[in-house]
Design a protein around this ligand. Structure first.
Ligand code: ZN
Length: 400
């Protein structure tokens, strides 16, 4: 039976749909007042439609395993939905229920992709691929663990991070999906996008931090209630608006990509932003924010040969910093451009970014990739295209 549900703190439309075993589009079509990208607020009432269960009649030659593969349902889910069914004694003509597919992949097209999804997916990936190494590299202002993962044995180390800017969270979903695909290719020896990833990872290991700014991502996706510890300040910093879709900073209103000690004072002057806000405030000093500090410490401890920071939007590749980048940076940028059709952009006036600091400190190649095209947050319909382009760049970077 359909029923009304009162939205609670932490809910998103996607999470409500998943908890009730229905598809997001079924939830939206039962509630035309909402669209996929709307922020929902605690206290709002939403109609949960009835689950329409698919049913299936056992055919000759069927096993639960191949039914599961065909409909992308795990064996556990099939058995849970059909209590009393004995998988070793299937009878032709028996009616069974097909529970909703959760996909065979761990990282699903879950939108919005938030910290809850990231944590869950990291745990599931570790279960499925025990050779993965997971690490907590620090905590956000609000105490969330900043998660990192490493794949491969190669001594050449490639680092990729994402979601440093809150409303660019689609990059976290892209990086997680790519990381899962690399894990699968590594485990099975299969090619990924025509490349022998398993072999590449023997030379180059892949180190990812998929969500540097989880508090900010949560703010963009879930908005605020008076219970939020920064409620009054956030409203003031956001010009009394409850719409946080333009928010890039961390929860204290500091832009994390203006926090790194690479001509920080000049960046501060150039930005001319006096105090905390949705974007472009570099803070009171470099590395005052725990998220930026954690990423800097992790970078210092890890001796990366190359770093890539994923942002949106513009379809551009930034690869220089005050002429300090090594000569091969331009060649890499050209290679990335060839596989992604993004445009290499030299000589931008900017300081204090992560890749700026990395280039300055190590004189090794560092990149900011502005993926996708449009107004942030980019629509989820761009996911497949951004995924394809970013994958090509990261896989190219794995080739030494
Ligand atoms: Zn950005």
């Amino acid at each position: 039976m359909p029923f009304d549900y009162v939205i609670k703190r932490g809910d998103t439309l996607y999470r409500i749909a998943r908890q009730n075993g229905i598809m997001l589009r079924e939830l939206i079509s039962a509630n035309p007042q909402f669209t996929e990208i709307d922020t929902i607020y605690p206290g709002q009432i939403i109609r949960i439609p009835e689950r329409t269960l698919r049913r299936y009649i056992i055919q000759q030659g069927d096993t639960l395993y191949n039914i599961g593969r065909r409909f992308k349902i795990s064996l556990e889910d099939l058995l849970r939905a059909n209590s009393g069914l004995d998988p070793r004694r299937l009878r032709i003509g028996t009616l069974i229920v097909l529970p909703p597919s959760r996909g065979m992949d761990v990282v699903g097209p879950a939108f919005p992709y938030g910290y809850t999804e990231l944590r869950e997916d990291m745990g599931l990936l570790k279960q499925r691929y025990p050779f993965l190494q997971m690490e907590v590299i620090g905590q956000s202002v609000m105490g969330k663990d900043l998660l990192a993962a490493k794949l491969g044995r190669g001594t050449r180390r490639l680092h990729v991070n994402a979601a440093m800017h809150a409303n660019e969270w689609i990059t976290a979903a892209v990086l997680m999906k790519l990381f899962e695909d690399c894990c699968e290719a590594y485990a099975t020896g299969k090619m990924l996008r025509g490349r022998p990833v398993g072999k590449l990872l023997e030379t180059t290991s892949l180190w990812v931090v998929p969500m540097i700014n989880p508090d900010g991502v949560e703010l963009v996706q879930e908005g605020i209630t008076p219970q939020h510890p920064y409620y009054a300040q956030l409203l003031q910093w956001n010009n009394d608006s409850y719409d946080f879709s333009g928010w890039k900073a961390n929860i204290r209103g500091v832009d994390l990509n203006d926090q790194f000690p690479a001509h920080w004072e000049e960046e501060k002057e150039r930005r001319g932003v006096a105090g905390p806000g949705p974007r472009d405030y570099p803070g009171d000093a470099p590395l005052t924010e725990p998220e930026a500090k954690a990423l800097a410490d992790y970078t210092i401890a890890s001796n990366f040969q190359m770093v890539i920071a994923l942002h949106t939007q513009g379809q551009e590749i930034y690869y220089t910093y005050r002429g300090l980048e090594p000569p091969e940076s331009a060649q890499w940028a050209e290679r990335f451009a060839q596989v992604s059709f993004y445009r290499p952009v030299p000589n931008i006036e900017s300081d204090a970014g992560y890749k700026d600091w990395f280039i300055q400190e190590y004189r090794r190649p560092g990149f900011t990739i502005e993926s996708g095209l449009g107004v942030n947050p980019l629509p989820v319909s761009q996911f497949p295209e951004i995924y394809r382009q970013v994958s090509e760049i990261v896989l190219e970077a794995l080739e030494s």
